[in-house]
Design a protein around this ligand. Structure first.
Ligand SMILES: [Zn+2]
Length: 302
């Protein structure tokens, strides 16, 4: 039940009435009917606190086909998202300088306390508290990242009709190989596989969000395995190992072409073209097309 714009309360068995922050539109009260209603809820504990997730059933009309331009999106080397139209979507660090410092201090404390622990001994209460503090900071960072992704993917799904993206599984394999051959040190010098895992998870989340949001607006996401996107010239189509001048800059070695531009934008343009070929059935890319229709029932996080 809604109390006001920001707060609602609900009855939880064995606990009683629970107040919660109202963050999404939900079909309750006069907004509910047979087809649009809340069908269930569950409580979720995260490091930052408790959330309640409502299951909502809604009947959405089939959206009209999206009429916007097409786009290809590359996971940039130097920028998070590079679009084929030459624009980028950037974000700052997820934690402020102070929060980052605090996290580093906590990690040190954690190590010290872990070393001080005798084998077989239970975690001290102080160590447990340090773990919790670290988990809370990490959760804050993730929440900010997801928030940014939601804003960006909504904007992209509203603007573009067909969104070409690299297929994650294949991309990962290619990237790790490329890291040693073409841009040595890029993945090698990363602290651990952790950063890469986080980046891969974030990319997967971006793809999933775009698939849902694009389908809701009559558009589609086309996933293309694109092994040559960074080495192929988007102007003449020539793929040469020497094509890429630096990580950031693409210079075509074809004397009759001479195309030059941002390397990530070039890759985005290749992805857009590959997606177009995939949809029209031409081209040599093996492609999975994903046009998720809105399912009749899906959870809404609140
Ligand atoms: Zn060229």
């Amino acid at each position: 039940m809604r109390l006001n714009r920001r707060w609602g309360w609900m009855w939880v068995p064995k606990i009683g009435h629970v107040l919660f922050r109202w963050t999404r539109d939900l079909p309750v009260g006069k907004h509910a009917d047979k087809e649009n209603r809340v069908t269930g809820a569950r409580l979720v504990k995260e490091a930052a606190g408790w959330h309640v997730v409502f299951r909502v059933q809604s009947q959405a009309p089939e959206p009209a086909p999206h009429t916007g331009p097409t786009v290809g999106i590359d996971r940039g080397v130097t920028r998070p998202l590079a679009l084929s139209d030459g624009t980028f979507r950037d974000h700052g660090p997820w934690l402020t300088h102070g929060e980052g410092e605090r996290l580093r201090r906590l990690e040190k404390t954690k190590e010290r306390r872990r070393r001080a622990r005798r084998p077989g001994e239970k975690n001290s209460r102080r160590l447990t508290r340090t773990y919790d503090q670290i988990a809370r900071l990490r959760a804050t960072a993730k929440r900010r990242a997801v928030d940014w992704q939601h804003k960006i993917t909504t904007e992209i799904a509203e603007t573009f009709s067909r969104i070409g993206m690299e297929d994650l599984a294949i991309t990962n394999m290619v990237r790790s190989a490329r890291g040693t051959r073409e841009t040595p040190g890029r993945n090698v010098r990363q602290k651990a596989g952790l950063n890469r895992a986080i980046a891969a998870e974030a990319w997967g989340r971006t793809v999933t969000m775009l698939e849902c949001k694009s389908a809701d607006r009559g558009g589609s996401v086309v996933k293309v395995p694109a092994p040559n996107t960074s080495r192929c010239c988007s102007a003449c189509g020539l793929t040469t190992p020497g094509n890429r001048e630096t990580q950031a800059r693409f210079v075509c070695k074809n004397p009759g072409c001479g195309f030059e531009g941002n390397a990530d934008t070039n890759a985005g343009r290749n992805i857009d073209r590959a997606a177009g070929q995939a949809v029209s059935g031409r081209g040599d890319f093996g492609v999975t097309r994903s046009t998720k229709r809105r399912p009749p029932t899906r959870p809404h996080a609140v």
